[in-house]
Write a protein that binds this ligand. Structure first.
Ligand SMILES: [Zn+2]
Length: 502
Protein backbone atom coordinates (compact mmCIF):
# COMPACT_ATOMS: atom_id res chain seq x y z
CA UNK A 1 0.00 0.00 0.00
CA UNK A 2 1.26 3.45 -0.95
CA UNK A 3 0.50 6.47 1.27
CA UNK A 4 1.35 10.12 0.75
CA UNK A 5 1.84 12.38 3.77
CA UNK A 6 2.62 16.07 4.24
CA UNK A 7 1.92 18.88 6.68
CA UNK A 8 0.99 22.55 6.29
CA UNK A 9 -0.06 24.40 9.38
CA UNK A 10 -0.43 27.64 11.21
CA UNK A 11 -3.11 29.25 13.35
CA UNK A 12 -4.20 32.62 12.03
CA UNK A 13 -5.35 35.32 14.43
CA UNK A 14 -7.06 37.65 11.97
CA UNK A 15 -6.82 40.46 14.55
CA UNK A 16 -3.05 40.11 15.08
CA UNK A 17 -0.66 42.89 14.03
CA UNK A 18 2.06 40.33 13.13
CA UNK A 19 1.66 39.28 9.48
CA UNK A 20 2.66 35.76 8.41
CA UNK A 21 4.99 35.18 5.46
CA UNK A 22 7.39 32.55 4.11
CA UNK A 23 10.00 33.49 6.71
CA UNK A 24 7.45 32.77 9.44
CA UNK A 25 7.43 29.14 8.27
CA UNK A 26 11.14 28.85 7.60
CA UNK A 27 12.13 30.29 10.97
CA UNK A 28 9.65 28.08 12.87
CA UNK A 29 9.65 24.73 11.04
CA UNK A 30 10.18 23.80 7.43
CA UNK A 31 11.22 20.31 6.33
CA UNK A 32 11.40 19.34 2.65
CA UNK A 33 10.47 15.75 1.69
CA UNK A 34 12.38 13.16 3.70
CA UNK A 35 13.90 15.78 6.02
CA UNK A 36 11.29 15.72 8.77
CA UNK A 37 13.06 14.89 12.04
CA UNK A 38 12.13 11.65 13.84
CA UNK A 39 10.68 13.73 16.69
CA UNK A 40 7.14 14.88 15.98
CA UNK A 41 6.05 18.52 15.89
CA UNK A 42 2.57 19.64 16.95
CA UNK A 43 0.90 19.42 13.54
CA UNK A 44 3.21 17.11 11.60
CA UNK A 45 3.31 14.04 13.85
CA UNK A 46 1.58 11.91 11.20
CA UNK A 47 4.81 11.99 9.16
CA UNK A 48 7.18 10.32 11.67
CA UNK A 49 4.34 7.96 12.69
CA UNK A 50 3.90 6.76 9.10
CA UNK A 51 7.67 6.57 8.60
CA UNK A 52 7.96 4.26 11.62
CA UNK A 53 5.04 2.11 10.48
CA UNK A 54 6.61 1.71 7.02
CA UNK A 55 9.94 0.67 8.56
CA UNK A 56 8.28 -2.34 10.20
CA UNK A 57 5.67 -3.16 7.52
CA UNK A 58 7.00 -4.36 4.14
CA UNK A 59 3.54 -3.82 2.58
CA UNK A 60 3.48 -0.13 3.45
CA UNK A 61 5.27 2.44 1.33
CA UNK A 62 5.20 6.03 2.55
CA UNK A 63 5.94 8.98 0.29
CA UNK A 64 6.80 12.05 2.34
CA UNK A 65 6.03 15.56 1.16
CA UNK A 66 6.89 18.91 2.68
CA UNK A 67 6.12 19.78 6.29
CA UNK A 68 5.79 23.45 7.24
CA UNK A 69 4.59 25.20 10.38
CA UNK A 70 4.50 28.91 11.20
CA UNK A 71 4.04 30.19 14.73
CA UNK A 72 0.47 31.49 15.04
CA UNK A 73 0.25 35.04 13.76
CA UNK A 74 -1.75 37.45 11.66
CA UNK A 75 -3.09 36.97 8.13
CA UNK A 76 -0.93 34.85 5.84
CA UNK A 77 0.19 36.22 2.49
CA UNK A 78 -1.94 34.56 -0.19
CA UNK A 79 1.03 33.96 -2.53
CA UNK A 80 2.92 32.22 0.28
CA UNK A 81 -0.02 29.93 1.03
CA UNK A 82 -0.39 29.11 -2.68
CA UNK A 83 3.32 28.44 -3.06
CA UNK A 84 3.39 26.00 -0.12
CA UNK A 85 0.11 24.38 -1.16
CA UNK A 86 1.29 23.92 -4.77
CA UNK A 87 4.60 22.48 -3.54
CA UNK A 88 2.67 19.77 -1.67
CA UNK A 89 0.16 19.18 -4.49
CA UNK A 90 3.01 18.71 -6.99
CA UNK A 91 4.59 16.17 -4.63
CA UNK A 92 1.26 14.35 -4.40
CA UNK A 93 0.85 14.28 -8.19
CA UNK A 94 4.35 12.84 -8.52
CA UNK A 95 3.55 10.20 -5.88
CA UNK A 96 0.37 8.95 -7.61
CA UNK A 97 -1.09 6.39 -7.58
CA UNK A 98 -1.60 6.25 -3.80
CA UNK A 99 -4.22 4.50 -1.66
CA UNK A 100 -4.31 7.15 1.05
CA UNK A 101 -3.29 10.73 1.77
CA UNK A 102 -2.65 11.62 5.42
CA UNK A 103 -2.10 15.28 6.21
CA UNK A 104 -0.99 17.09 9.34
CA UNK A 105 -3.00 20.31 9.42
CA UNK A 106 -3.89 22.84 12.07
CA UNK A 107 -7.18 24.02 10.67
CA UNK A 108 -7.18 27.74 11.45
CA UNK A 109 -5.05 29.04 8.57
CA UNK A 110 -6.43 32.17 6.92
CA UNK A 111 -4.73 33.92 4.01
CA UNK A 112 -5.52 37.41 2.77
CA UNK A 113 -8.37 36.74 0.37
CA UNK A 114 -8.81 33.05 1.27
CA UNK A 115 -10.67 32.29 4.49
CA UNK A 116 -10.60 28.49 4.36
CA UNK A 117 -7.07 27.44 3.39
CA UNK A 118 -7.43 23.86 4.68
CA UNK A 119 -10.74 23.46 2.84
CA UNK A 120 -9.02 24.65 -0.31
CA UNK A 121 -6.07 22.27 0.20
CA UNK A 122 -8.26 19.24 0.98
CA UNK A 123 -10.56 19.93 -1.99
CA UNK A 124 -7.55 20.12 -4.32
CA UNK A 125 -6.13 16.91 -2.86
CA UNK A 126 -9.48 15.23 -3.49
CA UNK A 127 -9.47 16.54 -7.07
CA UNK A 128 -6.08 14.94 -7.67
CA UNK A 129 -6.72 11.56 -6.04
CA UNK A 130 -10.37 11.10 -7.01
CA UNK A 131 -13.20 9.64 -4.93
CA UNK A 132 -11.75 6.18 -4.21
CA UNK A 133 -8.66 7.24 -2.25
CA UNK A 134 -8.73 7.80 1.53
CA UNK A 135 -8.08 11.42 2.53
CA UNK A 136 -7.38 11.88 6.24
CA UNK A 137 -6.04 14.71 8.37
CA UNK A 138 -5.14 15.43 11.96
CA UNK A 139 -6.33 18.82 13.24
CA UNK A 140 -5.81 21.13 16.17
CA UNK A 141 -9.13 21.64 17.97
CA UNK A 142 -8.60 25.42 17.77
CA UNK A 143 -9.72 25.32 14.19
CA UNK A 144 -12.69 25.94 11.92
CA UNK A 145 -14.46 22.81 10.78
CA UNK A 146 -15.90 24.08 7.52
CA UNK A 147 -18.34 22.14 5.39
CA UNK A 148 -15.84 22.20 2.55
CA UNK A 149 -13.31 20.24 4.63
CA UNK A 150 -15.83 17.66 5.74
CA UNK A 151 -16.95 17.17 2.13
CA UNK A 152 -13.39 16.74 0.84
CA UNK A 153 -12.04 14.39 3.54
CA UNK A 154 -12.94 10.88 4.73
CA UNK A 155 -11.36 11.09 8.18
CA UNK A 156 -10.68 14.14 10.33
CA UNK A 157 -9.69 14.00 13.99
CA UNK A 158 -8.40 16.64 16.38
CA UNK A 159 -6.30 16.51 19.52
CA UNK A 160 -8.56 15.93 22.52
CA UNK A 161 -6.41 17.57 25.17
CA UNK A 162 -5.83 21.28 25.80
CA UNK A 163 -2.86 21.55 26.60
CA UNK A 164 -2.34 19.45 23.46
CA UNK A 165 -0.30 16.75 25.16
CA UNK A 166 -1.91 14.05 23.00
CA UNK A 167 -0.95 15.29 19.51
CA UNK A 168 1.34 12.29 18.90
CA UNK A 169 -1.27 9.83 20.18
CA UNK A 170 -3.92 11.39 17.92
CA UNK A 171 -1.53 11.14 14.96
CA UNK A 172 -1.33 7.38 15.61
CA UNK A 173 -5.14 7.35 15.78
CA UNK A 174 -5.56 9.12 12.42
CA UNK A 175 -2.96 6.87 10.80
CA UNK A 176 -4.67 3.75 12.23
CA UNK A 177 -8.01 4.82 10.77
CA UNK A 178 -6.56 5.90 7.41
CA UNK A 179 -4.70 2.60 6.92
CA UNK A 180 -7.73 0.53 7.99
CA UNK A 181 -9.93 2.47 5.55
CA UNK A 182 -7.40 2.08 2.73
CA UNK A 183 -7.35 -1.68 3.39
CA UNK A 184 -11.13 -1.73 3.16
CA UNK A 185 -11.55 -2.83 6.80
CA UNK A 186 -13.72 0.19 7.68
CA UNK A 187 -15.92 2.67 5.79
CA UNK A 188 -15.49 5.95 7.66
CA UNK A 189 -18.44 8.36 7.66
CA UNK A 190 -18.24 11.77 9.35
CA UNK A 191 -21.07 13.36 11.36
CA UNK A 192 -20.86 16.95 12.55
CA UNK A 193 -22.96 18.89 15.04
CA UNK A 194 -22.63 22.66 15.11
CA UNK A 195 -22.79 23.73 18.78
CA UNK A 196 -23.49 27.32 17.71
CA UNK A 197 -21.09 28.77 20.24
CA UNK A 198 -17.50 29.80 20.82
CA UNK A 199 -15.64 29.42 24.11
CA UNK A 200 -12.38 28.22 25.68
CA UNK A 201 -12.14 24.57 26.74
CA UNK A 202 -9.10 23.75 28.87
CA UNK A 203 -9.06 20.04 29.69
CA UNK A 204 -6.73 20.57 32.65
CA UNK A 205 -9.86 21.34 34.71
CA UNK A 206 -13.51 20.44 35.04
CA UNK A 207 -15.96 20.27 33.41
CA UNK A 208 -13.89 19.52 30.29
CA UNK A 209 -11.66 16.95 32.00
CA UNK A 210 -14.63 14.68 32.58
CA UNK A 211 -16.13 15.37 29.16
CA UNK A 212 -12.95 14.40 27.32
CA UNK A 213 -12.54 11.27 29.45
CA UNK A 214 -16.07 10.23 28.43
CA UNK A 215 -15.34 10.90 24.74
CA UNK A 216 -12.25 8.72 24.99
CA UNK A 217 -14.25 5.90 26.49
CA UNK A 218 -16.87 6.08 23.71
CA UNK A 219 -14.31 5.78 20.92
CA UNK A 220 -13.93 2.29 19.57
CA UNK A 221 -17.28 1.19 21.03
CA UNK A 222 -19.65 -0.32 18.51
CA UNK A 223 -19.26 1.51 15.24
CA UNK A 224 -17.88 4.74 16.72
CA UNK A 225 -14.35 5.09 15.37
CA UNK A 226 -13.40 8.57 16.53
CA UNK A 227 -14.81 11.59 18.37
CA UNK A 228 -13.37 15.10 18.37
CA UNK A 229 -14.48 18.35 19.91
CA UNK A 230 -13.50 21.16 17.58
CA UNK A 231 -13.21 24.05 20.05
CA UNK A 232 -13.07 26.71 17.34
CA UNK A 233 -10.66 29.63 17.39
CA UNK A 234 -12.18 32.89 18.58
CA UNK A 235 -9.31 35.07 17.38
CA UNK A 236 -10.49 34.71 13.80
CA UNK A 237 -13.24 36.58 12.03
CA UNK A 238 -14.37 33.87 9.60
CA UNK A 239 -17.86 32.78 8.47
CA UNK A 240 -17.82 29.30 10.03
CA UNK A 241 -16.25 30.23 13.39
CA UNK A 242 -17.49 28.01 16.19
CA UNK A 243 -17.46 24.87 18.30
CA UNK A 244 -18.43 21.57 16.69
CA UNK A 245 -18.58 17.91 17.60
CA UNK A 246 -17.18 15.57 14.97
CA UNK A 247 -17.92 11.84 15.09
CA UNK A 248 -16.45 9.30 12.67
CA UNK A 249 -18.36 6.03 12.47
CA UNK A 250 -17.87 2.87 10.50
CA UNK A 251 -20.64 3.43 7.97
CA UNK A 252 -23.24 4.37 10.60
CA UNK A 253 -24.39 7.84 9.69
CA UNK A 254 -27.55 7.94 11.82
CA UNK A 255 -25.76 6.72 14.91
CA UNK A 256 -22.96 9.22 14.28
CA UNK A 257 -25.37 12.11 13.73
CA UNK A 258 -27.25 11.28 16.93
CA UNK A 259 -24.09 10.97 19.02
CA UNK A 260 -22.63 14.20 17.62
CA UNK A 261 -25.86 16.02 18.46
CA UNK A 262 -26.12 14.54 21.96
CA UNK A 263 -22.52 15.46 22.82
CA UNK A 264 -22.85 18.83 21.09
CA UNK A 265 -25.92 19.76 23.14
CA UNK A 266 -23.98 18.80 26.29
CA UNK A 267 -21.21 21.16 25.27
CA UNK A 268 -23.75 23.92 24.57
CA UNK A 269 -25.21 23.36 28.04
CA UNK A 270 -21.72 23.89 29.53
CA UNK A 271 -21.26 27.25 27.76
CA UNK A 272 -19.67 29.89 29.93
CA UNK A 273 -18.51 27.38 32.57
CA UNK A 274 -15.46 25.84 30.93
CA UNK A 275 -12.83 28.54 30.72
CA UNK A 276 -10.26 29.15 33.44
CA UNK A 277 -10.86 32.01 35.90
CA UNK A 278 -8.90 35.04 34.67
CA UNK A 279 -7.79 37.70 37.18
CA UNK A 280 -6.64 41.30 36.71
CA UNK A 281 -3.06 42.54 36.79
CA UNK A 282 -3.70 44.18 40.19
CA UNK A 283 -5.04 40.93 41.63
CA UNK A 284 -2.02 39.04 40.27
CA UNK A 285 0.47 41.46 41.79
CA UNK A 286 -1.31 41.28 45.16
CA UNK A 287 -1.35 37.47 45.05
CA UNK A 288 2.43 37.32 44.55
CA UNK A 289 3.20 40.09 47.07
CA UNK A 290 1.00 38.62 49.81
CA UNK A 291 2.13 35.03 49.45
CA UNK A 292 4.49 33.78 52.19
CA UNK A 293 7.83 32.55 50.81
CA UNK A 294 8.41 28.86 50.11
CA UNK A 295 6.56 26.22 48.16
CA UNK A 296 7.84 27.27 44.76
CA UNK A 297 7.07 30.13 42.41
CA UNK A 298 3.65 31.52 41.58
CA UNK A 299 3.19 30.96 37.86
CA UNK A 300 1.39 33.83 36.16
CA UNK A 301 0.10 33.15 32.67
CA UNK A 302 -0.23 36.25 30.50
CA UNK A 303 -3.13 34.57 28.77
CA UNK A 304 -4.06 36.98 25.97
CA UNK A 305 -0.59 38.06 24.85
CA UNK A 306 0.05 34.51 23.79
CA UNK A 307 2.14 33.96 20.65
CA UNK A 308 0.46 30.55 20.53
CA UNK A 309 -2.76 32.43 19.80
CA UNK A 310 -1.12 34.62 17.18
CA UNK A 311 -0.31 37.60 19.36
CA UNK A 312 3.03 39.35 19.47
CA UNK A 313 4.33 38.20 22.85
CA UNK A 314 5.95 41.55 23.62
CA UNK A 315 3.36 42.98 26.03
CA UNK A 316 5.06 44.53 29.05
CA UNK A 317 2.06 45.49 31.19
CA UNK A 318 2.11 42.56 33.65
CA UNK A 319 5.92 42.44 33.79
CA UNK A 320 6.12 46.14 34.58
CA UNK A 321 3.45 45.89 37.28
CA UNK A 322 5.38 43.09 39.01
CA UNK A 323 8.64 45.02 38.80
CA UNK A 324 7.05 48.18 40.15
CA UNK A 325 5.57 46.20 43.03
CA UNK A 326 9.11 45.23 44.06
CA UNK A 327 8.90 41.54 43.11
CA UNK A 328 12.67 41.21 42.75
CA UNK A 329 13.02 37.47 42.19
CA UNK A 330 11.16 37.12 38.96
CA UNK A 331 11.53 35.13 35.75
CA UNK A 332 9.72 36.18 32.56
CA UNK A 333 9.54 34.26 29.28
CA UNK A 334 9.49 34.76 26.41
CA UNK A 335 9.41 38.42 25.36
CA UNK A 336 9.52 38.58 21.57
CA UNK A 337 12.22 41.14 20.86
CA UNK A 338 14.62 40.21 18.04
CA UNK A 339 16.35 43.57 18.33
CA UNK A 340 17.14 43.21 22.03
CA UNK A 341 18.31 39.64 21.40
CA UNK A 342 20.62 40.84 18.62
CA UNK A 343 22.08 43.62 20.77
CA UNK A 344 22.68 41.19 23.63
CA UNK A 345 24.49 38.81 21.29
CA UNK A 346 26.56 41.68 19.89
CA UNK A 347 27.61 42.76 23.39
CA UNK A 348 28.35 39.27 24.76
CA UNK A 349 27.79 37.39 27.99
CA UNK A 350 28.59 39.19 31.23
CA UNK A 351 28.31 42.68 29.76
CA UNK A 352 25.98 45.22 31.40
CA UNK A 353 24.09 47.23 28.82
CA UNK A 354 21.48 50.00 28.78
CA UNK A 355 18.58 48.31 27.04
CA UNK A 356 14.97 48.76 26.01
CA UNK A 357 12.86 45.58 26.07
CA UNK A 358 9.48 44.68 24.60
CA UNK A 359 6.48 46.93 23.95
CA UNK A 360 7.17 47.40 20.24
CA UNK A 361 4.49 45.79 18.11
CA UNK A 362 1.24 47.49 18.96
CA UNK A 363 -0.11 50.27 21.17
CA UNK A 364 -1.64 47.64 23.46
CA UNK A 365 1.81 46.05 24.01
CA UNK A 366 2.51 48.75 26.62
CA UNK A 367 5.63 50.91 26.83
CA UNK A 368 9.03 49.18 26.57
CA UNK A 369 11.02 48.44 29.72
CA UNK A 370 14.17 50.54 29.96
CA UNK A 371 17.06 49.74 32.27
CA UNK A 372 20.60 48.48 32.82
CA UNK A 373 20.63 44.76 32.11
CA UNK A 374 23.35 42.20 32.68
CA UNK A 375 23.56 39.72 29.81
CA UNK A 376 23.48 36.46 31.77
CA UNK A 377 23.19 33.86 29.02
CA UNK A 378 23.00 33.61 25.25
CA UNK A 379 21.87 30.86 22.86
CA UNK A 380 21.42 30.69 19.12
CA UNK A 381 19.07 28.98 18.74
CA UNK A 382 17.61 28.40 22.18
CA UNK A 383 15.14 25.56 22.69
CA UNK A 384 12.31 24.42 24.89
CA UNK A 385 10.48 21.10 25.04
CA UNK A 386 6.82 20.41 24.47
CA UNK A 387 5.55 16.91 25.16
CA UNK A 388 8.43 15.20 23.39
CA UNK A 389 8.87 17.79 20.65
CA UNK A 390 11.40 20.62 20.47
CA UNK A 391 10.40 24.24 19.91
CA UNK A 392 12.95 26.81 18.78
CA UNK A 393 13.32 30.17 20.53
CA UNK A 394 15.60 31.50 17.81
CA UNK A 395 18.41 33.75 18.93
CA UNK A 396 17.77 34.44 22.58
CA UNK A 397 19.21 35.96 25.74
CA UNK A 398 18.65 36.11 29.48
CA UNK A 399 18.72 39.74 30.60
CA UNK A 400 18.96 40.47 34.35
CA UNK A 401 17.93 43.88 35.61
CA UNK A 402 21.10 45.08 37.37
CA UNK A 403 20.96 44.72 41.15
CA UNK A 404 17.97 42.35 41.12
CA UNK A 405 17.12 38.74 40.38
CA UNK A 406 14.68 39.76 37.67
CA UNK A 407 15.57 37.61 34.65
CA UNK A 408 13.83 38.37 31.37
CA UNK A 409 14.18 35.98 28.45
CA UNK A 410 14.06 37.68 25.07
CA UNK A 411 14.01 35.79 21.79
CA UNK A 412 13.85 36.34 18.05
CA UNK A 413 11.32 33.56 17.44
CA UNK A 414 7.80 34.19 18.68
CA UNK A 415 6.69 31.24 20.74
CA UNK A 416 4.54 30.63 23.75
CA UNK A 417 6.01 29.02 26.84
CA UNK A 418 5.56 25.27 27.23
CA UNK A 419 7.95 23.82 29.80
CA UNK A 420 10.30 24.99 32.57
CA UNK A 421 13.36 23.97 30.53
CA UNK A 422 12.88 27.28 28.72
CA UNK A 423 14.38 28.74 31.95
CA UNK A 424 16.73 25.99 33.13
CA UNK A 425 18.43 25.50 29.74
CA UNK A 426 19.57 29.11 29.98
CA UNK A 427 20.75 28.87 33.57
CA UNK A 428 17.70 30.43 35.25
CA UNK A 429 16.58 28.41 38.28
CA UNK A 430 12.77 28.69 38.35
CA UNK A 431 12.63 27.39 41.94
CA UNK A 432 14.49 30.49 43.19
CA UNK A 433 11.86 32.86 41.83
CA UNK A 434 8.85 34.24 43.67
CA UNK A 435 7.01 34.48 40.39
CA UNK A 436 7.32 33.23 36.85
CA UNK A 437 5.56 35.14 34.11
CA UNK A 438 4.80 32.96 31.09
CA UNK A 439 3.28 33.99 27.78
CA UNK A 440 0.71 31.24 27.22
CA UNK A 441 -3.01 30.60 27.63
CA UNK A 442 -2.90 27.02 28.89
CA UNK A 443 -0.21 25.00 27.12
CA UNK A 444 2.27 25.82 29.90
CA UNK A 445 0.04 24.09 32.42
CA UNK A 446 1.22 20.48 32.10
CA UNK A 447 4.89 21.46 32.31
CA UNK A 448 4.69 24.05 35.09
CA UNK A 449 2.13 22.48 37.42
CA UNK A 450 4.75 20.26 39.13
CA UNK A 451 6.95 23.23 40.13
CA UNK A 452 4.28 25.87 40.78
CA UNK A 453 3.08 26.90 44.23
CA UNK A 454 0.04 28.27 42.47
CA UNK A 455 -1.04 28.93 38.89
CA UNK A 456 -2.89 32.15 38.09
CA UNK A 457 -4.33 33.20 34.74
CA UNK A 458 -3.94 36.94 34.22
CA UNK A 459 -5.84 38.93 31.63
CA UNK A 460 -4.12 42.01 30.21
CA UNK A 461 -6.49 43.79 27.88
CA UNK A 462 -5.03 43.89 24.38
CA UNK A 463 -6.11 43.07 20.89
CA UNK A 464 -7.12 39.45 21.55
CA UNK A 465 -10.94 39.29 21.26
CA UNK A 466 -11.52 37.79 24.70
CA UNK A 467 -14.81 39.58 25.33
CA UNK A 468 -18.07 38.74 23.65
CA UNK A 469 -18.10 41.67 21.28
CA UNK A 470 -20.02 40.75 18.12
CA UNK A 471 -18.86 43.92 16.33
CA UNK A 472 -15.47 42.25 15.81
CA UNK A 473 -16.96 39.36 13.83
CA UNK A 474 -18.27 40.96 10.65
CA UNK A 475 -17.68 37.78 8.61
CA UNK A 476 -19.59 35.42 10.91
CA UNK A 477 -22.40 33.85 8.89
CA UNK A 478 -24.81 32.61 11.59
CA UNK A 479 -25.81 33.53 15.14
CA UNK A 480 -23.67 31.88 17.84
CA UNK A 481 -23.40 32.19 21.63
CA UNK A 482 -22.25 34.44 23.33
CA UNK A 483 -23.20 37.01 20.72
CA UNK A 484 -26.81 35.84 21.01
CA UNK A 485 -28.25 34.19 24.12
CA UNK A 486 -29.85 31.17 22.43
CA UNK A 487 -28.87 30.66 18.79
CA UNK A 488 -31.02 27.51 18.46
CA UNK A 489 -34.15 29.36 19.59
CA UNK A 490 -33.25 32.18 17.23
CA UNK A 491 -33.22 29.67 14.36
CA UNK A 492 -36.70 28.46 15.24
CA UNK A 493 -37.97 32.02 15.47
CA UNK A 494 -36.48 32.75 12.08
CA UNK A 495 -38.00 29.72 10.40
CA UNK A 496 -41.38 30.45 12.09
CA UNK A 497 -41.45 33.94 10.62
CA UNK A 498 -40.03 32.95 7.25
CA UNK A 499 -42.43 33.41 4.34
CA UNK A 500 -44.01 30.18 3.04
CA UNK A 501 -42.33 28.69 0.00
CA UNK A 502 -43.67 30.11 -3.27
ZN1 LIG B 1 -4.67 24.52 19.74
Amino acid sequence: MRVFTASLATETNTFSPVPTDRTSFESAFYAPPGRHPDTPTLCSAVIPVLRRRAASDPDLEVVEGTAAWAEPGGLLRLDVYEELRDEILAQLRAAMPVEAVVLGLHGAMVARGLEDCEGDLLARVREIVGPGVVVAAELDPHSHLTEKRVRAADILAAFLEFPHTDFAERAEHVVDLALAAARGEIRPVMSVFDCRMIDIFPTSREPMRGFVDRIRALQGRGRVLSISLIHGFMAADVPELGTRVLVVTDDAREEGDALAERLGREVFAMRGTTRMPVITVEEAVAAVRDRPPGGGPVVLADVWDNPGGGNAGDNTVLLRALMEAGIDRLGAALIWDPQAAALAHAAGEGVVLEMRIGGKTHASSGPPIDGRFEIRALADPGWQSFAGSRVTLGRCAVLRLAGTEIDILVGSNRTQVFEPDIFTDLGVDPHRKRALLVKSTNHFHAGFRPIAAEILYVGVEGIYPNRSDPSRYGRLARPIWPFVEDPFAEDQARSATAPPPA
